[in-house]
Design a protein around this ligand. Structure first.
Ligand SMILES: Nc1ncnc2c1ncn2[C@@H]1O[C@H](COP(=O)(O)OP(=O)(O)OP(=O)(O)O)[C@@H](O)[C@H]1O
Length: 409
């Protein structure tokens, strides 16, 4: 198990990680999420003893990494796949790592097989593609057959077959009882790989819960309702009864209505009572990406100027049904803006420009919040709308150049 307690890291005036406490347990894949610059790599480097915490501590199996006996056999990590001597072949790179850690040479050939690089084992790694480099980095992490594994963006540069392979590998490693901690920006992939999530924003903990709980805590389910297109009066009638019953209604691009705040049977009863025929009444649940975007939208440090020009950081359009004399239904925001999580869930909802509410600093530590980034967007109102759900794409099992062998373990 990995355990961080009050972990803080400052680089001069910059606070990269602040008062972070969490546990990563064996037997499940734990995803590590956060916007760019939120402190994921810094946290991983501290776990691996590559950076010294300013305060707090992080241990693996109860010991700081540097005090672990024969650490490479207990902990494997992929932090930067490019950190390889380009003049060396894949095999000699792994052999040198194995020799340093007292790992037998035959394990090198085993892991080359596991990651599917046997056919290029003697090629210099400087000619490797991004995906091949990732596979070599994963091979290095697996070399000591460790119980604890950390992967920073392991699917970066991999093709669909490679992504599917990494997903299955992570799950298989966790199923063997290992501790697997993996960061990624690919939400759809994380939804398929991880069972538990640790989410940070500007160096602080924002969520530590199962993927399922994370989605339900940070999204509101909604119903899509459609009336006959040829009968606009039916739509208007339905709008009015839904609003009277306390539902919040938005218009979908295809003319359907997106309703929150009313359960499906109630919507059905209301339509029936108003003598409105329905062509569609379907339940929808948010994706992990949507829930993540809602939670972290106030903690993003880097945004495209195009987004800002397009007003995507501005207050969203109101999610309420307009007054009856103005039969205009607000449209579902299409991109770049996500309704906020339920009240009390988002530490960034306190107000613009303020750092997230933090737990009291560790004893002896001056109460200092992470260095302020650009001003935070205005805290949006409580959730009344839902962006369109996105179905995670299933990577196709495409043929690959570098086929893996079955892990002989
Ligand atoms: N050695 C360093 N010196 C100064 N600042 C640093 C150093 N390393 C990281 N930082 C800063 O700390 C913050 C967190 O960086 P970190 O790389 O940990 O974020 P991250 O979540 O891994 O980002 P990304 O998703 O973009 O990889 C950033 O603002 C970064 O600029």
């Amino acid at each position: 198990m990995i355990e961080a307690v009050g972990l803080t890291k400052r680089y001069g005036a910059k606070t990269a990680v602040y008062n972070l406490s969490f546990q990563v347990r064996p037997g499940t894949v734990t995803g590590f999420l956060g916007p760019n610059g939120s402190g994921k790599s810094t946290t991983m480097r501290m776990i691996l003893g590559l950076d010294r915490p300013t305060s707090g501590q992080v241990t693996i199996g109860g010991h700081p990494y540097r005090q672990l006996p024969n650490a490479p056999r207990q902990v494997g990590a992929l932090l930067d796949a490019k950190a390889v001597h380009g003049g060396r072949s894949a095999r000699s790179h792994l052999l040198s790592l194995a020799q340093l850690a007292g790992i037998p040479a035959r394990r090198v050939d085993e892991v080359l097989g596991v990651v599917g690089l046997q056919s290029v084992a003697k090629k210099r790694s400087k000619g490797f593609s991004l995906g091949m480099g990732q596979r070599l980095g994963i091979a290095a992490a697996l070399l000591g057959d460790p119980q604890v594994l950390l992967f920073d963006e392991p699917v970066n540069g991999l093709d669909p077959e490679g992504i599917l392979w990494v997903r299955n590998l992570m799950k298989a490693l966790a199923a063997e009882g290992r501790t697997v901690f993996v960061s990624s920006h690919l939400m759809s992939e994380m939804a398929l790989t991880a069972e538990h999530l640790i989410v940070i924003g500007r160096g602080q903990l924002m969520a530590d819960m199962s993927v399922k709980d994370f989605i339900s805590a940070n999204s509101a389910d909604f119903a899509r309702v459609r009336t006959p297109e040829t009968e606009p009066a039916q739509r208007e009638k339905l709008l009015s009864v839904l609003a009277e019953a306390g539902g919040q209604v938005l218009s979908e691009p295809d003319g359907a209505l997106r309703v929150t705040g009313l359960p499906l049977p109630r919507i059905s009863d209301l339509a029936h009572g108003a003598d409105v025929r329905l062509w569609e009444l379907s339940p929808h649940q948010a994706s992990l990406e949507e829930a993540y975007m809602r939670l972290t939208q106030g903690a993003v440090d880097y945004r495209s100027t195009d987004d800002q020009k397009a007003g995507l950081m501005q207050q969203p359009p109101p999610g309420h049904l307009p007054p009856p004399q103005q039969p205009v239904i607000p449209e579902v925001p299409q991109q770049g803006w996500y309704a906020p999580p339920p009240p009390g869930q988002n530490p960034y909802a306190d107000g613009p420009g303020r750092p997230p509410a933090a737990a009291p600093p560790a004893p002896g530590t001056p109460a200092q919040a992470p260095a302020a980034g650009p001003p935070l967007p205005q805290a949006p109102p409580p959730p009344q709308v839902q962006p369109a759900p996105q179905t995670p794409p299933q990577p196709a099992a495409a043929p690959a150049d570098f086929r893996k062998n079955e892990d002989p373990r």
